[in-house]
Design a protein around this ligand. Sequence first.
Ligand SMILES: Cc1cc2nc3c(=O)[nH]c(=O)nc-3n(C[C@H](O)[C@H](O)[C@H](O)COP(=O)(O)OP(=O)(O)OC[C@H]3O[C@@H](n4cnc5c(N)ncnc54)[C@H](O)[C@@H]3O)c2cc1C
Length: 447
Amino acid sequence: MTKTKVAIVGGGFTGLSAALDLCRAGCDVTIFEQDSDIGGLAGTFELSPGTRVEKFYHHWFTNDVDILNLIDELGLGHMKRYVASNTGLYYTNSIFRLASPFDLLKFYPIPLIDRIRTGFMALLARRVNDWKPLETISAQDWLIKYGGKKAFEVIWRPLMLGKFGVEAANVSAVWIWNKLKLRGSSRNSKGGESLVYFGGGFGALTDGIRAALQREGVTIKTSTGVKQIVVENGRAVGVDTTAGRFAADVVFATVPLPHFVEMTPALPADYARKCGQIRFLGNSCLVLRLNRSLSSTYWLNVADPSFPFVGIIEHTNLDPKENYNGEHIVYLSKYLPTTEPLFSLNNDDYYAYCEPFIKRIFPEFDRSWVNSYHVWKAHFSQPVITERYSQLIPDTKTPIESLWLGTMAQIYPEDRGTNYAVRYGRRIARDIIQALAETPSAKDAAA
Ligand SMILES: Cc1cc2nc3c(=O)[nH]c(=O)nc-3n(C[C@H](O)[C@H](O)[C@H](O)COP(=O)(O)OP(=O)(O)OC[C@H]3O[C@@H](n4cnc5c(N)ncnc54)[C@H](O)[C@@H]3O)c2cc1C
C-alpha cells in the first residue's frame, strides 16, 4: 500500500514537530531545509568542536508545556534544567534589579503609586483570559491605563520602541498582555522568575529530535531549498527544490510568509494579499565570547531606544560557562526594519558601533575582554502584532488543495516561540491527518 507523501518545507521547530506526528500517522514524510542544519531560528553554531550555542538567545518559561511535554515524550526529560533567572533594567546610567515584586517596589525612578499599579497590572494580566476585548486597544493605552503614565514613560515606552521601533505605537494590547501573563506566570515557589533550558542547549535538543525523526522514518534533506511549490489543477503536487523536483500528495510550508508567497505563484490573489498584510521586523544579534563576565544579570532590558540593542542577555548566567569552555556568552539583541542601515553593517562595523554603548552600561568593559564575536541576522524575526490582528491571519488550510501553511505569524494570541511552533506544528499535523481521513482517495493512500 502506498503511503501519503508529505513534503514539509522548513526544518524549524514547526516542521520538525509536525513531521513526527505525520510520520507516526503513517505518512511518508520528507523535510526540506535550505540551511546546512535543522533548527531554524532556534538553530545553533559551533564555538569549538563539540560546543554549540544558539545563534539567537533561547530559553523557555515553565508554562511552555507543549515543548516541555515533547521533550518528555522523546525520553529527554532528564535534560531539562530549571534555573532561577535574574532580570534587570538599565535606565539613565544605572542598573536596577527587577526580578521580583519586591525589586519593583524599590524601583525609585517612578512614584510609589505607579510601582504598586505596575505590580497590580502584572497580576491583572495573569487573570485575564478573554483577549478579544484587548484587540481594539493599543499596548500603549493599556499600559498607561493600568500602570500609569510615569511607568509608561520610564519603563514601557523605551522597551516598546526598542522592540518595535517605528511600529511601537501600532502594537496591540494583546501582545503586551500575553507577554506579562506568560512571563509573569513562569515563577518558582519563592515567587522569583524560573526559566527552563536544555542540557547541552538547543543543539542537543535538535539532535534528539533528529534521532527520533530518523527512527520514525522521516527523511531530512538539508542544504535543499524549495524554489517553488508545484500546483496543478488547484492542488499541490510537489516541490521544486535546488536538488530537483519532488512529488508529494501534501505540502506543508513552515517558512516566513513573504517566502511562502514568493514560492507559490499559484496562490489565489486574495490569500496572497492577506499573507502580505502582516509586517515583520528583523533581528540582529551580536554574540560576544568574553573572558570576563559583564554582570550577574541574565536578562538586562535597556530602557533607552537610542542604544543599538534592547536587551543584553548573558547566557552563561542561565547555563554555566563551564559548558562553553569557560567563556562568557553574551547576546546583544536589536529588533529593526531590515531596511535600516544598521542591519546591513558588516560584522566588524557592527561590533565597533555597539562597543561604546556597552561601555556606557559597563564602564570597565574593555576590548581585551572579547575573545571573539559573531553577528547573526534574521529577516523575519518578529511579526508586528497590530490591533485586530486576528483578522489578518491567513488560514492554515490554504485555498490550494493539499497545501498547508504554519508560520510564526499565525501564532495568536500568543507570540512566536518554539513552544508555539511545536503546538501549532502538531495541531496542523492533526488537521492534515483528519483531512486525509475524510478524503476517500487520500485515505486509501494513507492507509
Ligand atoms: C532573537 C530571537 C530570540 C528568540 N528567543 C526565543 C526564546 O527565548 N524562546 C523560544 O522558545 N523562542 C524564541 N524565539 C522564537 C523561536 O526561535 C521561533 O518562534 C521558532 O524557532 C520558529 O520556528 P518555525 O519552525 O516556525 O520557524 P523557523 O525557525 O523560521 O523555521 C523555518 C525554516 O524554514 C527554512 N526555510 C526558509 N526558506 C526555505 C526554503 N525556500 N526552502 C527550504 N527551507 C526554507 C529556514 O531556513 C528555517 O529553518 C526567538 C526568536 C528570535 C529571532
